[in-house]
Ligand binder design. Structure first.
Ligand code: ADP
Length: 296
């Protein structure tokens, strides 16, 4: 079942255009929605999760009209918001049992089987009696996935799930997401390029409410192949390159800045071609879009 979004727009009361005519075709599997903070990702996720209204546009999940048939969407949706809110002083088991009841699993034996299976699945079986309030970031995220899986959702939305996780927790969370992403639409909203690189077969880049790229990570890399140039520079040169508007990224290697520029031809002495990375795709899409909005 695919999710097809057409011409979605949303402007807030303060005049911020959070989504500007966004159209996307999202197939089954893991889909990465990549954008810097403030890009409009959460707005899009909340609209798809029926928590917020769009101004215009459509979104169809199979034959469900997501913007109109809210009850149908809610029945088939698993949502893991950016902030899960308060973590009460109840155990993981009790909380899952309670959420399952709210989601309509009323038969006690059935609920017990479901909750136990979910706790095993997200690897929280040993912690099932621990209070949620004492859980680590990674445990909270895995609990969040467990609750989102109640009701066998066809659409799962995860908003910025790996922020604040340490590398080990992030890996465990990645593995869990890949397992569930096989037969459902999973939209992973993130500003962390690594998340998309490791997990997603399709992705989109949004910035200031506009769609800048949609396709597979591989295609996006081919699009800038041979155009990414690298040079190790002195710290004093960094400001000049940054001001030129052509620099797509900079990082430190052994304390020395190494910059990437996007250019059809060698941009100057000392530059060598670099193998494009998804970071290059992301930052070049954003810097191009910024340059265009300055020019307008
Ligand atoms: P992201 O999730 O990519 O960080 P958001 O969807 O949260 O982006 O925000 C997109 C833009 O809309 C930002 O400029 C943000 O400040 C603004 N925004 C988000 N929510 C509201 C709101 N409730 N009222 C006004 N502006 C908002």
């Amino acid at each position: 079942m695919d999710l097809i979004i057409k011409g979605l727009s949303k402007t807030y009361g303060n005049g911020v255009k959070a989504l500007d005519n966004v159209s996307l075709h999202i197939p089954t599997g893991m889909f990465g929605l990549l954008g810097p903070n403030g890009a409009g990702k959460s707005t899009l996720m909340r609209i798809l999760a029926t928590l917020q209204e769009a101004d215009s546009g459509t979104a169809m999940l199979g034959d469900i009209d997501v913007l109109k048939q809210k009850d149908e969407v809610r029945r088939t949706l698993g949502y893991l918001p950016q902030e899960f809110g308060v973590y009460p002083k109840v155990s993981a088991y009790e909380m899952l049992d309670h959420i399952a009841l709210l989601k309509g699993v009323t038969v006690k034996g059935e609920r017990k089987d479901l909750v136990e299976a979910l706790l095993q699945r997200v690897n929280l079986w040993d912690q099932k009696k621990q209070r949620l309030s004492g859980f680590s970031g990674g445990m909270k995220q895995r609990f969040g996935i467990a609750q989102s899986l109640i009701g066998e959702p066809k659409l799962i939305i995860v908003d910025e799930p790996t922020a604040g996780l340490d590398p080990g927790e992030r890996n465990r969370f990645y593995n869990l997401l890949t397992e569930i992403g096989e037969n459902v639409v999973v939209i992973l909203s993130t500003h962390i390029v690594q998340d998309v690189k490791e997990l997603c077969s399709n992705m989109a880049i949004i910035h200031k409410g506009k769609l800048l790229y949609a396709g597979s990570p591989d295609e996006s890399l081919r699009g800038i192949q041979g155009k990414v140039w690298e040079k190790s520079i002195a710290k004093s040169e960094l400001e000049g390159y940054a001001a030129s508007g052509r620099m797509i990224s900079n990082r430190l290697v052994a304390g020395q800045p190494v910059i990437h520029l996007l250019s059809d031809e060698r941009p100057g002495e000392g530059f060598v071609t670099a193998e494009p990375s998804l970071e290059d795709v992301f930052f070049s899409a954003i810097s191009r879009s910024n340059a265009e909005s300055v020019a307008q």
